[in-house]
Design a binder for this molecule. Structure first.
Ligand SMILES: Nc1ncnc2c1ncn2[C@@H]1O[C@H](COP(=O)(O)OP(=O)(O)OP(=O)(O)O)[C@@H](O)[C@H]1O
Length: 845
């Protein structure tokens, strides 16, 4: 009879609310198919439902090739339906995992009741787009009993790794259900991913720059082990796996040694469930045998379970059960001895070939049928358990009686995927065992491990260290030396017909000091002795202009023969001056304005020099020199100086850009490299959450950022004297915040990009638009209106304005322009962090 829990759950379901019970999934009503397999009891209203098992074969006793303890004398219960012979091709996988509470109906190994460590039901998994799906798992069912070694065999690419990654919670099925150690992987309190599982992925997935000891310490800390425990375990594993000195760097080990270290990591915390993806590749036969012996040993007491994939099919004879996988299904799931006798083969390879042929034939037969059965989505209970019937129709000759022990709904309607060796211990209990540890958002061990890992990786990589600290300094130095200075030695082609032409570098031109109106052109040319201009002399205006057109000079200047007389007449006559006087008194200049900065500099210096020249004459003649100025008087500016520096304008934006994009560069690849090397997955499976990974990187980067910011500001402000009128504390805080913002943007990039190449492209691709649109090198007031709006919503724009206001105007946080920069930066940080956290959390294949 359903308990109150079920009733509440049904009400919740009707209301569309998923009730929360740690690790307990409310079971769907039993399907008719399951019912028939269960016999009458399935419909019983008794407090427990007793289910029979589907038998393996007529062979009731499976004797493994390498008999391990508990393996002799296997008793598997007979079905009530009597459809258990392999010849019946009966595929009675219960559509819903159900618990057996009647001990007579459970599988027994050596007289012991077996619990189920892993149950996979109706698993479907595709990669690729909906239009072109690559079906990797197609209605796969699998049962791994606790305390056994389960060998998962199959050709390359058949989906073994995919299945394992779904079991450890790193990938999600498209549909179907997986139960691991009584809970669903990835659910709260299940301990999976986490310390209940030891996972050895196919790739090495180790930090190359760590020593063996540091590697084990890292994972040991993550698993919450004490330093003493780690040391002891390390010593055992070094001996057991014949590893070299614990101080050897992983990257300097041979391929086989690296695989053994990887295996040691999986064994480190002595987990309940070991998932090993090809652990024996590249391992010599002696060690391979000792690995297998160890696996047999640890499963001896019935508490540890091992799932292992291997390409050496024959070595899997030592497993208690074998799952032969092909085309996304298990062709068979049985003990090696049963498989061999059932198919009359002498090797497992033969069995596999036989089964594969049968599967191909059955698929062809199905295709020839007028109405091929649809591959229906899995149906957990209810009337149409189509998936089960399809298996029968689609995979002829397969023995799917893997459910030696089914799962039964207990009196409270709770699902016991473990098969319950102790009636008092339910799945809920099992899961709650670890709930205290699993529900903590983090542990000091994990943080310690992650932080040490980040710092150690940087420390061990001198190139990265130099990059981190030398690059911003170099950028500042280069910026201050290369940008904003006045152009120097710009060639000006001068033609002065008041003096005789001598040669290009020299022209005799007498200057008369005091209030003497002679050779005024020479006096002006003397006033033109500025560092910007290098004078070159030409005999006539045409030659000078030709020099400009040929790029030999930036401008040509011409004084007429009677320049001095005409200029004096112009000043004396004032409004009476005739056209010719005006024309002759003119200094004619032709500039090359193709380079705006150079053209403007020349214009500025020619005009300033002329003003100085006239003021000098007027002063010598006791006339008010103010007459030489335009009647617009620029008083001392309120902010800045009368001779504004481009450096001061650009510096705030450059400081932020350097810190922002260095952080992007550092972080954007950090996660990708770890992910590509399988390290991220390994840490996730060990129980590290995306939040913890992000947090550890934020802390590491923050320390780095403080160093970078200090260096950038010291060089900018103290060494190169870029003006900073405001509070330096505000400058520091805003710069560090921008660094954090860049780091979070880097996280987003690394979370969404699969390849480092794509991350670099995205980071570089975002650099120029951000730089150009953020008002760093040109005022946003000069942009079209639409771009100005877009610009406002970029992470660097308001921050640049804010920093500029602090540094050049000396404003504080009470000014809108200043606090807007802080607010926008914080908003961007939160946004980027949320995006990367969400992507990391939900981006499973
Ligand atoms: N992330 C992915 N995106 C797209 N396709 C994938 C992805 N991972 C695996 N596949 C494809 O899924 C199929 C199964 O791959 P999987 O790695 O699970 O096979 P496998 O049985 O473990 O192979 P092997 O024994 O060679 O390791 C392959 O065709 C593979 O190309």
């Amino acid at each position: 009879m359903w308990g109150l829990g079920n009733l509440i759950d049904v009400v919740f379901r009707l209301l569309g609310i998923r009730s929360y019970q740690p690790n307990i999934e409310p079971p769907p009503p039993p399907s008719p198919t399951a019912s028939s397999a269960m016999g009458d009891n399935s419909n019983s209203t008794a407090s427990t439902i007793t289910i029979t098992t589907v038998p393996p074969s007529s062979v009731g006793v499976a004797t493994p090739a390498v008999p391990g303890p508990d393996l002799v004398g296997v008793t598997i219960e007979r079905p009530l339906t009597g459809a258990g012979s392999p010849n019946h091709h009966h595929n009675h996988i219960p559509s819903t995992p159900q618990t057996v509470t009647d001990s007579t109906a459970t599988a027994q190994w050596g007289g012991k009741q077996r619990q189920q460590a892993v149950v996979v039901r109706h698993a479907f998994k595709t990669y690729g787009s909906k239009k072109k799906p690559n079906h990797v798992l197609s209605n796969l069912n699998m049962t791994v009993e606790k305390g056994t070694i389960y060998g998962l065999l199959g050709a390359s690419g058949c989906g073994k790794t995919t299945l394992l990654s779904c079991i450890v919670g790193r990938r999600r099925l498209n549909s179907g259900e997986i139960w691991v150690l009584g809970g669903k992987p990835g659910t709260r309190g299940s301990g999976v991913p986490g310390k209940r599982v030891g996972y050895m992925p196919q790739e090495i997935a180790l930090y190359g720059e760590f020593t063996i000891r540091e590697t084990m310490q890292y994972f040991g800390w993550i698993f919450g082990m004490k330093s003493k425990e780690i040391k002891e375990r390390l010593e055992f594993l070094l001996n057991f796996l014949d590893l070299p000195s614990q101080n050897r760097m992983v990257k300097n080990l041979s391929g086989g040694q690296q695989r053994r270290v990887s295996f040691a990591v999986a064994l480190m915390h002595d987990p309940e469930l070991l998932i090993l993806d090809e652990p024996t590749v590249g391992v010599d036969p002696l060690l391979r045998q000792s690995i297998w012996n160890h696996l047999v040993q640890i499963t001896k007491d019935g508490n540890k379970t091992v799932i292992i994939t291997t390409h050496y099919i024959e070595e899997a004879r030592q497993a208690h059960s074998i799952g032969l996988m092909r085309s996304g299904k298990l062709l068979a799931e049985e003990s090696p001895a049963v498989l061999l006798s059932m198919y009359g083969c002498t090797s497992l390879e033969e069995v596999f070939l036989k089964l594969s042929r049968k599967q191909t034939q059955s698929q062809q037969a199905v295709q020839q049928q007028p109405e091929p059965p649809q591959l229906a989505p899995p149906n957990w209970g209810g009337k149409k358990d189509v998936a089960v019937s399809n298996e029968e129709g689609g995979v002829v000759g397969l023995n799917f009686h893997q459910s030696k022990e089914m799962l039964v709904v207990d009196s409270n309607g709770h699902l016991d995927a473990m098969g319950k060796s102790s009636p008092s211990k339910t799945v809920a209990d099992t899961c709650q065992d670890c709930a205290s540890g699993c529900s903590e958002w983090t542990t000091t061990g994990k943080l310690r491990a992650l932080l040490q890992k980040n710092f150690l990786r940087m420390w061990r990589n001198v190139g990265v260290m130099l990059f981190i600290f030398a690059l911003p300094v170099m950028q500042v130095i280069l910026f201050c030396l290369a940008i904003g200075g006045d152009p120097k030695d710009l060639k000006l082609a001068i033609v002065n017909h008041e003096a005789n032409y001598t040669n290009m570098t020299y022209q005799y031109c007498p200057t008369k000091p005091g209030c003497k109106m002679e050779f005024l052109s020479c006096r002006y040319l003397e006033a033109l002795n500025v560092s910007t201009i290098e004078k070159v002399y030409y005999p006539d205006p045409n030659a000078a202009r030709l020099a400009v057109s040929e790029g030999e000079a930036w401008g040509a200047m011409y004084f007429t023969e009677n320049f001095t007389d005409a200029l004096v007449a112009r000043m004396a006559l004032g409004k009476e001056a005739d056209e010719e006087t005006l024309d002759q008194s003119e200094i004619r200049v032709w500039l090359d304005m193709s380079n705006q900065q150079i053209g403007i500099t020349l214009q500025r210096d020619l005009q300033l020099s002329y003003q100085n020249f006239t003021k000098d004459i007027l002063r010598d003649c006791d006339i008010n020199e103010a007459l030489a100025s335009l009647p617009i008087s620029f008083k001392d500016p309120i902010y800045g100086s009368n001779k504004p520096s481009f450096t001061d304008f650009v510096a705030p934006g450059v400081i932020l850009t350097i810190v922002f994009f260095l952080a992007v560069a550092l972080t954007s690849s950090a996660l990708i490299i770890e992910r590509m090397e399988g390290l991220l997955d390994r840490s996730f499976v060990a129980g590290v959450s995306p939040g913890e990974i992000l947090f550890s990187h934020v802390v590491t980067q923050f320390v780095v950022m403080c160093g970078q910011t200090t260096l950038v500001l010291i060089f900018m402000i103290l060494v190169f004297k870029v003006q900073c009128q405001g509070d330096i504390i505000l400058v520091i805080i805003l710069t560090i915040l921008q660094g954090l913002c860049g780091m979070c943007f880097g996280f987003v990039i690394s979370a969404i990009c699969e390849l480092e190449r794509n991350a670099i492209q995205l980071a570089l691709g975002s650099f120029y638009p951000t730089l150009l649109l953020s008002g760093v090198i040109w005022p946003i007031e000069g942009m079209p209106t639409v771009l100005r709006y877009i610009s406002t919503f970029l992470p660097l724009t308001l921050a640049t304005t804010s920093l500029r206001c602090i540094m050049t105007r000396g404003w504080g946080l009470d000014h809108e322009d200043v606090y807007n920069g802080f607010i926008s930066t914080i908003v961007w940080i939160v946004l980027f962090l949320s995006i990367s956290f969400a992507v990391l959390k939900f981006k499973k294949g």
